[in-house]
Write a protein that binds this ligand. Sequence first.
Ligand SMILES: [Zn+2]
Length: 335
Amino acid sequence: MSACYTAQTMTTDQPRPAHHLPDGHFQNTDNSCEPIRDTLEPDENVPTHRTHLRRLPIIRGNENLWADTSISTATWIGHATYYLKLKNVGILADPIFSLRSSPVQFAGPKRGTPPGRDLDSLPRVDLVLITHDHYDHLDKNSIIKIHKLWKDCVFAVPLKVADILKDWGIPEKQIIERDWWETANVDDIKLTFVPCHHLSRRGILSSSKNSTLWGSWMIEKDSKKIWFAGDLAMGDGTYYKTIAEKFAPVDLSLLPIGSYKPSRYTRVHVSPRQAAQLHQIMQSKQSLAMHWGTFSMVYDRMDDPPKDLAKARKELNIPDSTFYVPMPGEIFKLY
Ligand SMILES: [Zn+2]
């Protein structure tokens, strides 16, 4: 679907999309997103402190697949960072290689496992996808280092995030900024920025809340479709049903499974069971997990996300291998 308007040229006589507020902020437009209580562990049983993170095993091997330009791979770096090597193209999604998810490196959530691969060990990065401005998805040090290592790398970001990257020294011509449902072509890759139920905030001022857009990315290349979900809640599910109507079945979904306990956090994140439902809504041929076990953000225990996902797979009849939980650094062959 092509864009119904171009953000940069929007004038007052064009209708304002429902997710754009008159003051320039953004909002979710689906119906209420009540915390899930029926399938989740009762809140009274959930710990009242952040989990102590154990180091996950870092997997090596399969590097030859990176050199083979006929093969596509996905590698979980940690948190929501995925490295996609789609034949001859390298894509990094929501890259965070820093020790902390924070505006400063002396405080804030500290990672429990180092990045599964060092940034400078990746064969190439042509494109970076950013889903929203939260510190655990948009990391200044990582963006600057990527630009330094791969001078021509293009950065695709949500509406109003381009200015942040420009401030960090990324040339304007290398930044693609998109609204929901707008598309972009980068060589033979077609990107569509699609909606999701979430929010944005960067900085201490409450005015920064929802001042930039959030969303997820659909990547199309060589007749294959990859949905990088980013960070999201189920909401009332309408966003995902609409995305599925346009794109399902997708070949790969990269889905968050962590930060969902106690239940109030399902207002902004999906539970593993909801991630499994998204896998089904998108008729995903393969899904890979992310957004767990790296930064301790809320109160799920370290092993809750993969355990709850295993339970959900069983209940929803999803083969274990079809919604797989890779370890950091593991190079997963797609096709
Ligand atoms: Zn977020």
